[in-house]
Design a protein around this ligand. Structure first.
Ligand SMILES: NC(=O)c1ccc[n+]([C@@H]2O[C@H](COP(=O)([O-])OP(=O)(O)OC[C@H]3O[C@@H](n4cnc5c(N)ncnc54)[C@H](OP(=O)(O)O)[C@@H]3O)[C@@H](O)[C@H]2O)c1
Length: 420
């Protein structure tokens, strides 16, 4: 049986989940993987009342974990700068690292992997994207014979929980409150609902699939806080639903990278993943389109991903960092991408208003696929729903400004349509 001595830094939700899983599933892990994983030391600046580490050595300064005889440092403190320092110290000492921390990889990934390569150690990070749902090793190992052309995923469980509930008729605010009550959303939910968490994850996947840098150059990130319940009703009437999608895509020799709400076909695979589930679609040349879905957060799921990295380390003999050295690809300027759009426009119900609105589209030579005037609201306002033909993002940005300035228009919002 192979043996692996590990030191864990951080003693929160994921670290205690890892400890419990290693205890509870020890026999299963050992018989499945022929690997014995021993926790030698834990770096915890304070005790955690939810978990007693029994007689394992505790270091109050997490950096002291590196002074022990360990094969792997498991970084579970989260955050960016201290985590970067800890990982780099470990790598410089020749100690492999397993981390679940997407933020540190998003901001300092290239530096970390470069230093790991220089020191012939590995930095593995399966749990950093969708927790234990296996996407990292899928991309780096199982699909290595394939040319990946697109990865699109619902990578944030909180956003998917909220949108799934809104699809069933709830409003945004009470659904967010419910997510917080159920423990699916943080007390400050900004990171999740404004799309940043999903952006970090797609940044990491894009780096693996297409060699985009970590940190990536600026890319388009929009969250779900402007989506309204009524959008689901109108989207459904046209065969769509609303999801938050993070996308990286090979577009000739440049890369599309973006994270924002989209209308997607209601019968598509991703549309049918509800609640906190994460789901990813990977387009490849040899296997066609692959689907993967699972729990994207939580103690057990994250422990599953961390343990898969540990087993991988125990089984591998080579001395290279897991992050490949793909040639760097340039990101496409988001404003040059084209989409079809859903527009929701609330306008005064006065003669000529439809003509006024459609003329704004015509001025930019934007084709309209469908336009429907919905039932009147209070205050003599009428909702108008438009689906456009494909047109370029730069014109979309200008058109939104123009429409918002019209005296007879009270509210405008738009959602991009993700085509197959
Ligand atoms: N939770 C999930 O479902 C999930 C899923 C996938 C990935 N992850 C990632 O896993 C990592 C850990 O998440 P978590 O949910 O376990 O977080 P957590 O419950 O907040 O635990 C973080 C732990 O690290 C300690 N810590 C933080 N900063 C430290 C510092 N500067 N020095 C020493 N100790 C420090 C904290 O100590 P104190 O208690 O003293 O603050 C706590 O013990 C994060 O990178 C997260 O993104 C989490």
């Amino acid at each position: 049986m192979k043996k692996l001595k590990i030191g864990i830094c951080g003693w929160g939700n994921v670290a205690t989940g890892l400890y419990k899983t290693l205890e509870d599933n020890r026999i299963q892990i050992e018989s499945n993987s022929n690997t014995q994983i021993d926790i030698v030391v834990i770096g915890a600046r304070r005790d955690n009342p939810k978990c007693d580490p029994k007689n394992i050595t505790i270091e109050r300064d997490i950096f002291d974990v590196l002074n022990h005889d360990i094969d792997v440092l498991v970084e579970l403190i989260g955050g960016v700068e201290v985590a970067r320092e800890l990982i780099l110290k470990s790598v410089n000492k020749g100690i492999n690292v397993v981390t679940a921390n997407k933020a540190v990889l998003f901001h300092h990934g290239d530096e970390i992997f470069e230093k790991a390569n220089l020191n012939n150690v590995k930095v593995l990070f399966e749990s950093s994207v969708c927790a234990g749902t296996p996407i990292i090793k899928l991309l780096t190992e199982e699909l290595s014979a394939n040319k990946v052309t697109k990865i699109a995923g619902m990578l944030n469980g909180t956003s998917n929980f909220i949108l799934s509930n809104m699809e069933e008729g709830s409003d945004f605010k009470p659904t967010l409150e419910l997510a917080q009550k159920e423990g699916y959303a943080e007390p400050d939910p900004t990171f999740d609902i404004e799309g940043l968490d999903a952006a970090h994850k797609i940044g990491i996947l894009s780096s693996l699939a297409f060699g985009t840098p970590l940190p990536p150059n600026d890319f388009y990130i929009e969250g779900i806080s402007n989506i309204k319940k009524i959008d689901f009703k109108y989207a459904k009437e046209m065969g769509y639903t609303v999801k938050h999608l993070a996308v990286t895509k090979l577009n000739e020799d440049q890369i599309e990278l973006r994270a924002h709400p989209v209308l997607i076909k209601i019968n598509s695979y991703l549309a049918n993943l509800k609640s906190v589930r994460n789901g990813i679609e990977v387009e490849t040349d040899l296997l066609g389109t692959l689907h993967i879905a699972g729990s994207g957060a939580g103690q057990e799921s994250t422990a599953s991903g961390v343990i898969s990295d540990l087993v991988h380390l125990a089984n591998s003999n080579d001395n290279f960092s897991e992050k490949n050295s793909k040639s760097k690809n340039k990101l496409i300027n988001f404003l040059s991408l084209s989409f079809q759009y859903y527009f929701y426009i609330e306008a005064e119900d006065v003669p000529g208003v439809m003509a006024l609105i459609t003329s704004q589209f015509a001025k930019k030579k934007i084709g309209i696929e469908s336009i429907v005037q919905k039932e009147n609201l209070k205050n003599n306002m009428v909702p108008i729903v438009i689906i456009t033909d494909l047109f370029v993002e730069k014109d979309h940005k200008d058109l939104l400004q123009t429409l918002k300035k019209l005296d007879s228009v009270d509210a405008v919002r738009s959602i991009r349509i993700e085509l197959d």
